[in-house]
Design a protein around this ligand. Structure first.
Ligand code: ASP
Ligand code: CP
Length: 362
C-alpha cells in the first residue's frame, strides 16, 4: 500500500505517469467514469479549504466513487480529545482512501502510520502541500512545455506557506531554477533550503522585491500572507501591505511569463490581472481535479501506475525530540521521535515528521 504524504513518496517516473493519466482523465472523462465505482474517499479537514476538499470530492465522484468526511473538526470527536491516530484507525474501516488537512506539521505522516488504507496529505500546518505541487507542476508543463531550465520566482510569504515549500522542492527536483522573493521576515525556511541544496544541488537566488528580477522570470508564483499562522509579534497590517502583484508590476515581466497562485488570494494579486493572458491561476486550480482523479486511481491500485515499493528514505528512531512547536510530536504524546537523514552527512538530520533540522550532536 502506498501513501502520498510528500512528493518524496513518488519517483519521477510515477509523477510523469500520473500526469499522463490526468491528461487522459481530463480529455476523455467518459472512458474513466465508473473507475472508482464502490470506492469511498474520506476527507478529514481540520482546517478550512475550498479547492482541496471539493476537488478531491469532485474527483472521486467523477469516477463514480463517493465521498464522506468532515470539514469542521468541532463536529468530530477530536473535540472530545480523540487523537489523530485513533481517528484514522476508525476512518480506515469506513473508507478506501483518506485525505487529511491538519494544522500540525507531520500530522498526515502520523495518520499514514496508523491507517490500513492509503492516506493523502491535503496540507499539514506550514509544512507541505504535495497535491498542490503536483497540480502546479502539471500546469507549468502545460503552459511552458517543461520544467528543466525555466526560472520560477516564488513570491510572498515563503516562511509559512506550505504550497511554496512543496513547489520549491518540486521545481528543484525537476531541474527548474528557483528565485525566492520574500519581504523581510518571510524568507524560505532553512529546512527547505537545506533539502534543495543537499538533494538537488541548488542554491536559489534570494530577492526582496519582485521588480528586481521580474524580467527574468518564466513563472511568477504568488502566495498570500498566511495570516492564520503568524506569531502574535508580527505586525499583520504592515505585512499584508508589503507586496502586491498588479498590472504595473507585470509590465516589467516577459510576454510569455505565467502568473500562478495556489489561491485563495486576499490582497496580493490584483483582479485586473485576471484578463491578462499570462494569468494561469484559475486553470491551475481547475487542474486540481484531473490530477486528484489520477492520484486516487493510482493509490487505489486501479491503474498499474504506482509501483509497490516507495522510493527509499533513511529513517531511524532517535532520542532527540523535535523543537518545532508546530510539529505533531509536540501535540500527540504517544509519538516517538524519528529522524530522517537526507544525505549521508550527519549535519543533515531532520525530524521525519515535520522536516525541521535537528541540531547536530557530537
Ligand atoms: N490553499 C493553499 C494552502 O492551503 C494556499 C493558501 O491557503 O494560501 O496551503
Ligand atoms: N489551494 C488550496 O489548497 O486551496 P484551499 O485552501 O481552498 O483548499
Amino acid at each position: 500500500m502506498r501513501h502520498f504524504i510528500t512528493l518524496d513518496d513518488l519517483s519521477n517516473f510515477e509523477i510523469e505517469q500520473i500526469f499522463r493519466l490526468a491528461d487522459q482523465m481530463r480529455t476523455q472523462i467518459a472512458t474513466w467514469s465508473g473507475f472508482c465505482k464502490g470506492k469511498l474517499l474520506a476527507t478529514l479537514f481540520y482546517e478550512p479549504s475550498t479547492r482541496t476538499r471539493l476537488s478531491f470530492e469532485s474527483a472521486v465522484e467523477r469516477l463514480d466513487g463517493r465521498a464522506i468526511g468532515f470539514a469542521d473538526p468541532h463536529a468530530a470527536s477530536v473535540a472530545k480529545g480523540e487523537t489523530i491516530a485513533d481517528t484514522v484507525r476508525m476512518v480506515a474501516n469506513y473508507s478506501d482512501i483518506i485525505v487529511v488537512r491538519h494544522n500540525w506539521a507531520g500530522s498526515a505522516r502520523v495518520m499514514a502510520c496508523y491507517s490500513t488504507v492509503p492516506v493523502i496529505n491535503g496540507g499539514d500546518g506550514s509544512h507541505r502541500h504535495p497535491t498542490q505541487a503536483l497540480t502546479d507542476l502539471y500546469t507549468i508543463l502545460q503552459r511552458k512545455g517543461g520544467i528543466e531550465g525555466i526560472k520560477v520566482g516564488i513570491c510572498g510569504d515563503l516562511r509559512y506557506g506550505r504550497s511554496a515549500h512543496s513547489l520549491a522542492l518540486a521545481v528543484a527536483r525537476f531541474g527548474g531554477r528557483l528565485v525566492h522573493i520574500a519581504p523581510h521576515g518571510f524568507q524560505m525556511p532553512e529546512w527547505v533550503l537545506s533539502r534543495v541544496k543537499h538533494l538537488y544541488g541548488q542554491e536559489p537566488l534570494e530577492r526582496g522585491h519582485l521588480s528586481d528580477v521580474i524580467g527574468e522570470l518564466d513563472v511568477i508564483y504568488v502566495n498570500r500572507l498566511q495570516q492564520e499562522r503568524l506569531p502574535p509579534e508580527i505586525d499583520r497590517e504592515a505585512a499584508s501591505k508589503s507586496y502586491l502583484v498588479n498590472s504595473a508590476v507585470m509590465s516589467g515581466a516577459k510576454s510569455d511569463a505565467i502568473i500562478m497562485h495556489p489561491l485563495p488570494r486576499v490582497n496580493e494579486l490584483a483582479y485586473e490581472l485576471d484578463a491578462d493572458g499570462r494569468a494561469a491561476y484559475f486553470e491551475q486550480s481547475a487542474n486540481g481535479v484531473p490530477i486528484r482523479m489520477a492520484l486516487i486511481a493510482s493509490l487505489l491500485g486501479l491503474e498499474q501506475l504506482i509501483l509497490t515499493q516507495p522510493p527509499e528514505r533513511k529513517i531511524a528512531s532517535d532520542n532527540r525530540s523535535c523543537d518545532n512547536l508546530n510539529c505533531v510530536t509536540a501535540h500527540e504524546h504517544y509519538l516517538e521521535p524519528e529522524t530522517e537523514m537526507i544525505t549521508d552527512d550527519l549535519t543533515t538530520a531532520v525530524c521525519a515528521y515535520c522536516g525541521a533540522i535537528k541540531p547536530v550532536t557530537m
